[in-house]
Design a binder for this molecule. Structure first.
Ligand SMILES: [Zn+2]
Length: 527
């Protein structure tokens, strides 16, 4: 009988039909959740290790080496340096359909070095980068989910392929459009992305992300003695400042939801030399492709005008890009149900105490950690209202590009403390503590449950693609912001990491010696 059942399952699997009786599926899911709980140690070690590497975008070499090492040990085939990005990889296990690709970002934030579990601003290394958002937790979450589902697939002879890929340089919107261009998602059925948050959340339809292009303008003038012969000089810095002034007047006369911001990346060397070279780096954010392109054109005009005014020349290069995300409704709804089934982690008194202490320190409401999963986030309106006001919006994530070539959702999971400002030391406080570890385990359960939905219920994949083809992309067609000559900006952050890495290396987590990273740092957690 057992042999026969095995044969039938094998035959079904061969036909791409991973079906099973409901009772069997229920017990299988319960076993899988138990298996995830048994991987708590591995989750903590991976989370804390990546936290300690603390690498900026495009320089995630230790992180990439470490994560691919774990995956190879677990039987995944790893392709490194994909899409022309040295720290990117694609890890694959299994065969046939469906193909599920799990992604999450791995880079961190400049100057966000922070001792975990400490509520005052206390850098581990002054000025060094750190996980002031929590990108150290997402790939560990995905790996735990993948290992749990892989075990189920092996035991039940289920057909399907699991792929894992990292979001390199997400803080720079640096790579995912290149992944799409390189065809990384060509044979993928569903992408499940994971991003740290302070609760379980999943968005459906148009999310609240803006699209963006990241463009650096470099002006070239002529140096001269700034006091002795200023008339012989042409200041590239003047051009940068005039471009910025131009934008600061113009910003009143663009849509309310537009976001234009810049940093001066090169302002010259010293005051007595007329700056022959200067650069300014702009982010142009808007709700959709045409409006992002409008901002880009205005910016290019500003740069040309500034060059004309100053007798300098200007060139520009694209450093990153992101489409506004659009998330698959059927998959998001399935994932939301799994969030309700898994539930929020059981926070200890120590977890809640740390959260409230940090909220107190930040002058935020002292509401502790999340104890209720919010309603599903409804799609945002994309149209302008009667006053010509388009959607107002916030941040961007280059998962947006992926979401326009394959049905995608983003799993938000609770490893952060509510009330942090984002991109800040305060968001690093929880990220190598039991709060992050519990969020990773909870998130891995939701991710793994959703993977089983996809593997065991092929009609869900059909529904996802029906939505993708007939609703999402019915009128809006994906057009990359990338021009053929654009290449990933892999030199970014190199110098900063070279400066800090030697000191940071001394603080890499050694799981052979210390139970947790907090133990290694001598930080007492709770009472
Ligand atoms: Zn992020």
């Amino acid at each position: 009988m057992k042999v026969l059942a095995g044969l039938v399952l094998f035959a079904l699997a061969a036909a791409g039909q991973n079906r099973m009786p409901a009772a069997k599926e229920t017990s299988l899911r319960a076993d899988m959740l138990g298996h995830i709980d048994s991987m708590k140690k591995l989750a903590q070690v991976m989370n804390d290790s990546v936290f300690s590497f603390g690498e900026l975008g495009f320089q995630e070499f230790e992180t990439s080496k470490y994560l691919t090492g774990v995956l190879e040990k677990e039987g995944f085939k790893v392709e490194r340096g994909v899409a022309g990005v040295p720290t990117a990889f694609l890890a694959t296990w299994g065969q046939g359909k469906p193909v599920i690709a799990l992604g999450s970002d791995i880079d961190d934030i400049p100057q966000a070095s922070q001792k975990p579990g400490v509520v005052a601003h206390t850098p581990m290394i002054e000025g060094a980068p750190g996980h002031g958002e929590g990108h150290n937790s997402g790939m560990p979450l995905n790996i735990i989910a993948a290992l749990a589902v892989k075990q189920v697939m092996e035991a039940e002879h289920l057909q399907g392929t699991i792929k894992l890929w990292p979001g390199v340089a997400e803080e720079l919107l640096g790579t995912k459009a290149y992944y799409v261009r390189a065809g990384m998602f060509k044979d993928v059925d569903i992408v499940l992305f994971a991003h740290v948050a302070d609760n379980f959340r999943v968005a459906e339809g148009a999310g609240n992300q803006t699209g963006l292009v990241s463009v650096e303008y470099s002006f070239k003038g002529e140096s001269a003695h700034a006091a002795g012969a200023p008339w012989r000089g042409r200041s590239a810095l003047d051009a940068v400042e005039l471009m910025d002034v131009g934008w600061n007047f113009r910003r009143e006369h663009i849509r309310v939801g537009s976001r234009v911001h810049y940093v001066i990346t090169n302002g010259g060397d010293q005051p007595n030399v007329v700056p022959p070279n200067a650069s300014v780096w702009y982010y142009y954010r808007e709700a959709d492709y045409p409006h992002v392109m409008d901002l880009w054109r205005i910016g290019d005009d500003m740069a040309k005008a500034a060059a004309l005014m100053t007798g300098t020349t200007v060139t520009s290069r694209l450093l990153g890009a992101a489409w506004p995300g659009h998330f698959n409704v059927p998959i998001a709804e399935a994932m939301y149900q799994n969030m309700l089934k898994v539930g929020l982690p059981q926070w200890s008194d120590d977890d809640q105490r740390l959260a409230r202490a940090l909220q107190h320190e930040l002058g935020q409401p002292e509401r502790g950690l999340a104890t209720k999963i919010p309603e599903m986030r409804k799609p945002r309106a994309v149209e302008e209202d009667d006053n010509g006001v388009g959607p107002t919006g916030g941040g961007s994530d280059d998962i947006g590009d992926v979401s326009w070539v394959v049905p995608t959702v983003t799993l938000n999971y609770p490893s952060n403390i509510p009330g942090g400002p984002g991109h800040n030391w305060a968001n690093a406080v929880s990220m190598a503590t039991p709060i992050a570890h519990k969020g990773v385990i909870g998130g891995a359960k939701v991710q793994a449950m959703t993977m089983l939905d996809i593997l065991l219920h092929p009609e869900l994949v059909d529904k996802a693609w029906d939505y993708f083809r007939n609703v999402q992309t019915k009128d809006t067609k994906y057009q990359s912001f990338l021009r053929p000559e654009d290449q990933p900006a892999i030199w970014l952050n190199q110098k900063t990491m070279e400066t800090f890495r030697p000191k940071m290396k001394e603080l890499y987590y050694d799981p052979g010696k210390y139970e947790t990273y907090l133990d290694q740092l001598g930080i007492k957690y709770g009472n």
